[in-house]
Design a protein around this ligand. Structure first.
Ligand SMILES: NC(=O)c1ccc[n+]([C@@H]2O[C@H](COP(=O)([O-])OP(=O)(O)OC[C@H]3O[C@@H](n4cnc5c(N)ncnc54)[C@H](OP(=O)(O)O)[C@@H]3O)[C@@H](O)[C@H]2O)c1
Length: 288
């Protein structure tokens, strides 16, 4: 994995399969399907070229509408979606992938992920789900495949069953939950780490350590935290439906944090106490 600068200010991360992904994108979790096209249109106008959606967000259609309405070529925008927890069985996964393409209205996606490992469901068999994603990639309608919320033991099981490591692992990661064991495994095995809830849905923005750095640099707390992720090599896609914040979160490339500030933010880790979302070992939700 390496980062290179292209024409946009946003660096690209080269994945283990040779494809590249913009290090900064726009997330659409918890955006109402009816408001998604508008939010994504704003993000594309601001300059984002990477959108992170999922079947379970029920808003893939709005993502496709916004990309088509933007006047950009499909190839200029990196689009990720993720498999619904209810469709891990191979035949279901194939059908669900077709639905993703038709909801988006595109003939390929850039990255498709297993959203959760669900080790307590499907007899703990996420390996056959992974093999199905490998088939989809071989068909050519998904460029890169990866996982989300996989723990080290889940990644080790995939490694023993498959020659192709996931291109990415998308995990909860922010200053209050460094998730270092999983991130470190990714770094050692050339699996790029995508940090979900990069500002912990706002929970880290009032931290005195972060607000002090923000005031000194004349940046917002969100910009400081997102810049911290960028300098640590994480791929991020903050969510917002507020146009001013969508713009603010994109302005990360005209300043740098000193090593000492990076270290002070890294020291805020609370371990498991800092986790805001479900634990991947026990999460077993299947949408109705
Ligand atoms: N794989 C997974 O299991 C998983 C799980 C969760 C998330 N994700 C992905 O990660 C993306 C980001 O995570 P997230 O949506 O959970 O949380 P997040 O990006 O950490 O935070 C979003 C929240 O912060 C607010 N916010 C955004 N920018 C701000 C700013 N500059 N100043 C103050 N507040 C700000 C937003 O409010 P407003 O919208 O009101 O502006 C929203 O309430 C998701 O959209 C999704 O794509 C993946």
């Amino acid at each position: 994995m390496s980062t290179t600068q292209r024409t946009s200010a946003v660096p690209n991360v080269t994945l283990n399969d040779g494809h590249s992904i913009p290090q900064l994108g726009f997330g659409v979790f918890q955006i109402d399907p009816a408001e998604t096209a508008e939010a994504v249109s704003t993000a594309l106008e601001v300059g984002y070229r990477h959108i992170d959606t999922a079947q379970m967000y029920r808003n893939e259609r709005g993502v496709g509408q916004a990309v088509r309405g933007s006047g950009l070529d499909r190839a200029e925008v990196f689009i990720t979606s993720k498999l619904n927890n209810g469709h891990h069985r191979p035949a279901d996964a194939r059908r669900a992938f077709e639905t993703t393409l038709s909801e988006l209205g595109f003939d390929f996606v850039d990255l498709f992920l297993i959203h959760w490992p669900l080790p307590t469901l499907y007899g703990g068999d996420f390996v056959s789900t992974w093999k199905t994603l490998e088939e989809l990639r071989a068909d050519g309608r998904v460029r890169s495949i990866g996982v989300s919320n996989f723990q080290v033991e889940h990644l080790e099981r995939l490694a023993s069953a498959s020659d192709q490591a996931p291109a990415v692992n998308q995990i909860e990661l922010h200053p209050y939950l460094l998730n270092e064991q999983v991130r470190g495994y990714g770094e050692a095995h050339d699996i790029a780490t995508e940090a979900w809830s990069p500002i912990a849905q706002g929970a880290v923005l009032d931290d005195p350590e972060i607000t002090a750095i923000a005031e000194r640099l004349d940046k917002s707390p969100a910009q400081v935290v997102l810049r911290w992720h960028i300098q640590r090599g994480n791929i991020v896609f903050p969510k917002s439906t507020t146009p001013a914040r969508i713009k603010e979160n994109f302005q990360l490339f005209d300043f740098q944090l000193e090593a000492d500030d990076v270290a002070r933010i890294t020291a805020l880790d609370k371990g498991e106490v800092g986790r805001t979302g479900p634990h991947p070992e026990t999460f077993a939700h299947i949408p109705a």
